[in-house]
Design a protein around this ligand. Structure first.
Ligand code: 6GU
Length: 255
């Protein structure tokens, strides 16, 4: 997978050299580059923002540096030019992810979907956002997806990109050593994860649920499933509402 990030704070993305994602890059599973938006300004002050039409607080990111940065990324990708005869096939177009509290909510399902794509481009806005015409213009060459992490406001898209790249990157085959850990984690089956314990069995007067010491795999699986349902009902009732009938077995329903 190829990953591009455009930002006025490229240093923010240095964290992507660390940990699992950094190893995936060194292993050649991920090719990543970070582009400084200010490299595409023409004035002495390297200006990327201006006042909003219609008035109001804050500043808006100017369109032209964005167009030039995105054109450079687009034109360095074979087969992705929207202006070539016939245009690119839908599946070949890179995805342009625009982090914004006004976007569609990024979920595990989004991460799974994006992990299948060949090329993701993240456009980190700052201030009050990017001139809307950039998103319209970009639809010619990219599949444009404004994406939010949730219902709160960050100062810019960089921290959101760190989160999204980590969520997507770990789903790329080969990035996680033991793929079974992806099957058993929170959200993989639409439920929150069950509680976990390790040694010692008694710690500061606290024991662990006895079933976990029973060696009875069927009972342990049932207990874990019940804990998932209990936890999800109490912390995230919205997730229970969204479960499909096929996600629940007969014993889940009884619980
Ligand atoms: Cl993706 N960006 C910004 N700026 N704020 C957010 C967000 C994204 N998700 C939640 N708040």
């Amino acid at each position: 997978m190829r990953l591009d990030v455009v930002s006025i704070f490229p240093e923010y993305l240095a964290a992507l050299d660390l940990s699992l994602i950094g190893k995936a890059r060194r292993d050649g599973l991920l090719e990543m580059s970070v582009t400084d938006l200010r490299d595409f300004t023409a004035d002495r002050h390297r200006t990327v923002d201006d006042t909003p039409y219609g008035g109001g607080a804050g500043m808006v990111m100017k369109p032209e540096p964005w167009a030039q940065a995105l054109e450079q990324i687009r034109d360095s990708t074979p087969g992705s030019r929207g202006d070539q005869p016939g245009g690119p096939a839908r599946s070949q177009r890179p995805v342009l992810i625009v982090p914004s509290p006004a976007g569609e909510v990024f979920t595990q399902e989004t991460a799974r979907e994006l992990a299948e794509r060949d090329h993701l481009v993240f456009a980190c806005g700052r201030y009050e956002g990017i001139d809307e015409r950039v998103l319209e213009w970009a639809r010619e060459s990219f599949e444009v997806r404004p994406m939010s992490l949730g219902d709160y406001v960050l100062n810019g898209g960089e921290v959101a990109v760190l989160a999204m790249v980590e969520a997507i990157g770990r789903l790329i085959p080969g990035v996680i050593g033991n793929p079974q850990s992806l099957v058993e984690e929170s959200h993989s089956d639409g439920l929150l994860e069950y509680p976990v314990y390790t040694k010692p069995a008694s710690w500061r007067e606290r024991g662990i649920p006895e079933v976990l010491l029973s060696g009875h795999h069927g009972k342990i699986a049932r207990w874990r499933r019940d804990e998932q349902l209990r936890r999800t009902s109490s912390r995230r009732p919205d997730l229970i509402e969204r479960l499909q009938p096929a996600d629940l077995d007969a014993r889940d329903r009884a619980a």
